[in-house]
Design a binder for this molecule. Structure first.
Ligand SMILES: C[S@@+](CC[C@H](N)C(=O)[O-])C[C@H]1O[C@@H](n2cnc3c(N)ncnc32)[C@H](O)[C@@H]1O
Length: 258
């Protein structure tokens, strides 16, 4: 693949990621009108029979989870890069993630019904502030790790310059000093900080939260395989999501090693 083609491909995938992220923000924040060309918002009124809607939604979430986790595994990348050039592997992951997330947002079947609804304008504004803080946390955390590497731009830029790819070193900058997964904290805020929570939103929030807790197991297994004892020690000493709160498993592991 020519270095120009790789760079343009990487930039195009990144631009698509920007568009799909804004679309997802509008979907989860209820800024999309019901039944628009871009689908409905997550809390829009029901369109059909709720069991069928739930089945479609479950399929969509499973499709996203499988794509997002399988394509991130080292064994998959080793096989995949026999088919596609290594410098664009991450951009291709971003592209497939955009397609998967786009399908979730576009085809999501709202089922209406109110689980909770906050009516006080001040409280609604506060919950919306938390919602946007979630998105901000996602973006900020990506910069603390390395935004351009996470989204494939660093890889195509190095290739364009004729330089070899170097893996990111283990680091605990900013919020990573206090918790291991700030980016996932951001996602959890965007799922749950909702002034109106309908049944399909609750289904989405429960499904995606469960997915995060499962994905973390695989991610940390890979991080320990890659960074060795440094990550294992970090895992023992630093809480997963809530600062200054240790999980029972990290306490037990620490006790075993002490
Ligand atoms: C999508 S990011 C999410 C990072 C983290 N789970 C979070 O919620 O903030 C996943 C990638 O970040 C990188 N990563 C996570 N923690 C790291 C650390 N402490 N140092 C270096 N890279 C890290 C790994 O390459 C991992 O595949």
């Amino acid at each position: 693949m020519s270095r120009y083609a790789a760079l343009i491909y990487g930039l195009a995938c990144y631009a698509l990621f920007g568009v799909v992220s804004i679309w997802a923000l509008a979907f989860l924040g209820n800024f999309l009108p019901a039944d628009s060309a871009f689908g409905s918002s997550i809390d829009s009124p029901a369109r059909g029979w709720w069991p069928a809607a739930l089945a479609v939604n479950a399929l969509l979430l499973t499709m996203f989870a499988v794509q997002h986790s399988v394509m991130a595994r080292p064994w998959f990348k080793r096989r995949w890069t026999k088919l596609i050039p290594e410098p664009v592997e991450r951009s291709t992951y971003v592209l497939f993630s955009c397609i998967a997330l786009g399908l979730v947002v576009w085809l999501w079947q709202p089922i209406g019904g109110i689980v909770w609804q906050v009516n006080s304008p001040a409280l609604r504004a506060a919950i919306y502030a938390l919602y946007f803080a979630g998105w901000l946390t996602i973006v900020a955390s990506s910069f603390f790790i390395n935004h351009f590497d996470l989204f494939g731009l660093r890889q195509v830029w190095l290739y364009y310059q004729g330089l070899p790819y170097t893996h990111l070193p283990f680091a605990t900058p900013g919020p990573y000093r206090f918790i291991r997964h700030p980016l996932y904290v951001g996602w959890l805020l965007t799922f749950w900080a909702a002034p109106t929570m309908t049944y399909s939103h609750l289904f989405f929030a429960l499904g995606t939260t469960a997915y995060i807790f499962i994905a973390v197991i695989f991610e940390e297994r890979d991080l320990i395989a890659h960074f060795g004892e440094r990550y294992a020690e970090y895992r023992r000493s630093t809480p997963m999501l809530v600062p200054a709160l240790r999980t029972n498993s990290s306490r037990t592991e620490k006790a075993v090693t002490e």
